[in-house]
Design a protein around this ligand. Structure first.
Ligand code: AHN
Ligand code: ZN
Length: 221
């Protein structure tokens, strides 16, 4: 049997690796058609994933298979300056495609974790609503792991928003219970995803290594 088929001894770790072509949430409308650098919204999830892969490859006691997937074209959703209506399916194009055409026929995994925007300064990862809907036991497991490694202040137990993201097609089309670790800002006027979301300020200066570490350490736990 090929790896991953009907296989519950594997888990899935995913992130999107594309960057949004338009900074359509920038405060300055002259930036709306400029690309986002995406230090947080793209690179951060991949960065944590690479570090997990590095650590796991050094260990001989992981005891489970881990599939790392970088999704393309997550961030091609209809821009705010466009007249086209955004039904939600213009987002997560790579994940939609992969979930309909997995790299292995009948691919399965025990569960999945999506890392999206896991490096922002001041980020807190509230429990995301769609994750609670599709995979409440995985939310419980991960938030418990965060508490065990001392990051309960970065991973509050209360619920944040409901997010259209790469985990939706993985849940809906493949039936793999998959959660999204994504920031939620309770009182940020620009966006509930934080002040740099889809702006030209999504750059390295606004990345905090402590946020990356909290997420990485939780994943290792
Ligand atoms: C929507 O704005 C519909 N979803 C947010 C998903 C996203 C965008 N993650 C990163 N960039
Ligand atoms: Zn984005």
């Amino acid at each position: 049997t090929p790896k991953g088929v009907e296989d519950v001894s594997r888990i899935l770790v995913c992130a999107h690796w594309d960057s949004r072509p338009w900074a359509d949430n920038d405060a300055d409308s002259t930036n709306w058609r400029k690309p986002v650098v995406a230090a947080n919204d793209g690179a951060s999830g991949v960065a944590v994933m690479l570090e997990l892969a590095r650590l796991v490859s050094q260990s001989d006691s992981v005891g489970i298979g881990i599939d790392f997937i970088c999704f393309d074209a997550e961030d091609w959703g209809v821009p705010q300056w466009s007249d086209a209506d955004d039904s939600g399916d213009s987002w997560a194009l790579g994940a939609q495609h992969w979930a309909s055409n997995p790299h292995i026929k009948n691919y399965c995994a025990r569960y999945g974790v999506l890392l999206d925007m896991v490096g922002g300064s001041g980020s807190k990862f509230f429990r995301e609503g769609m994750s609670l809907h599709y995979a409440p036991e995985i939310v419980e497991k991960v938030w418990n792991a965060a508490r065990v490694v001392g990051y309960s202040s970065v991973f509050p137990n209360s619920q944040g928003g409901m997010v259209t993201d790469d985990h939706i097609p993985v849940n809906e089309k493949l039936g793999i219970p998959t959660i999204d670790i994504i920031p939620y800002y309770e009182s940020c006027p620009q966006s509930s995803f934080g002040p740099t979301w889809h702006t030209i300020n999504d750059t390295m200066e606004n990345i905090d290594r402590n946020t990356l570490k909290a997420v990485g350490q939780t994943m290792i736990q």
